[in-house]
Design a protein around this ligand. Structure first.
Ligand code: MTE
Length: 305
């Protein structure tokens, strides 16, 4: 993470509030640092963009979202999420690993560094976009945690906090069961394309896109890319993911983008790229077939949808 001249200026201003030359206790210093306006910009290695994808605009990506914890509407979460406090934010790392611990988002960034990944993103509903994510590949974190031989799947959980998320506060009247859960098989989780995002377009994620930290699995339908992570657990058996639990006839565990297998209520052969009026063909594995098809060799992808 880099420090901008503005941040340094703000830091000095905060310290000056105490009076020049005053002796400052270390608790007072951490309190002052915590009050600092968060530096939203991130430093990262740019993607070489081999596939020459052209990204959707920041406005498009941040104004058309799915975030049920706020609302089932596509635009309402934008307003409803603006007061969400995303610092400090820690992620619990547990289960079948040697190094169980809790880490702050900034500690994760410091440990694993940041790079850009310009990825296609295809929602199961039939819309798509291209996003210049910033983050680190999940395998770096998994390697660091030292999984044991019982670790067969990774289970991801979104934060449960009704004081942040109005739909969670509705209890039995919530739109879906919370907390939102997702899962990946270990080889999927360790695939170099599987990404933990903390930003996009050079800045930290905005709340509506799953701040401060989310999963991105570009060859799977967007619902696998779980937002605002609270926990990552390594587990022995396949986790029951939220949408499969909600409606097992329509949503499975794998959710690989597949134009040949329609959703029971609509075709998956085409998609509408945000900002475009006409539809385009959906690609097998969302355009990442070469990289990931071998993960599913011998599996009937109609059955494991
Ligand atoms: N994660 C949580 N916690 N809650 C959600 O409602 N929606 C999913 C996924 N992750 C969702 C979530 C769906 S259906 C999609 S398509 C993507 O987030 C949307 O990501 P975006 O809003 O950043 O485009």
């Amino acid at each position: 993470m880099h420090i901008t001249p503005e941040t340094l200026f703000e830091t000095r201003r905060h310290f000056l509030k105490l009076g020049a030359g005053a002796l400052v206790s270390s608790t007072a210093i951490s309190q002052l640092l915590a009050e600092l306006p968060q530096d939203m910009s991130l430093s990262y290695t740019p993607d070489i963009n081999l596939q020459k994808l052209s990204s959707n605009t920041f406005e498009q990506i941040t104004n058309y979202v799915n975030f049920y914890e706020f609302s089932t509407d596509k635009t309402a979460p934008v307003k409803l999420s603006q007061k969400m406090k995303t610092t400090p934010w820690s992620v619990g790392l547990s289960g079948e690993i040697n190094k169980k611990q809790t880490l702050e988002v900034d500690e994760l960034i410091a440990k694993f560094g940041l790079e850009e990944r310009i990825y296609r993103f295809r929602c199961v509903e039939g819309w798509s976009m291209v996003v210049p994510w910033i983050g680190f590949p999940l395998y770096k974190l998994l390697d660091y945690l030292e999984p044991n031989s019982k670790a067969k799947y990774v289970k991801f959980t979104t934060k449960h906090d009704p004081s942040i998320f109005p739909d969670q506060a509705k209890g039995i009247f919530s739109s879906i069961n919370y907390p939102y859960v997702e899962g990946l098989r270990m080889d999927e989780a360790r695939h170099p394309l599987t990404f933990i995002a903390v930003g996009m377009y050079g800045k930290r994620l905005l709340p509506q896109n799953g701040a401060p930290i989310r999963l991105v699995v570009p060859w799977k339908y967007g619902f696998k890319s779980i937002k605002s992570l609270d926990k990552i657990e390594l587990v022995e058996s396949e986790p029951l993911n939220t949408w499969q639990e909600q409606n097992p006839k329509e949503y499975g565990f794998y959710a690989n983008v597949n134009p040949a297998v329609d959703h029971p209520r609509w075709t998956q052969a085409k998609e509408r790229l945000l900002g475009k009026l006409t539809k385009q063909d959906t690609l097998p594995f969302n355009g990442y077939e070469k990289e990931v098809a071998s993960l599913y060799a011998g599996m009937d992808l109609r059955k494991f949808f």
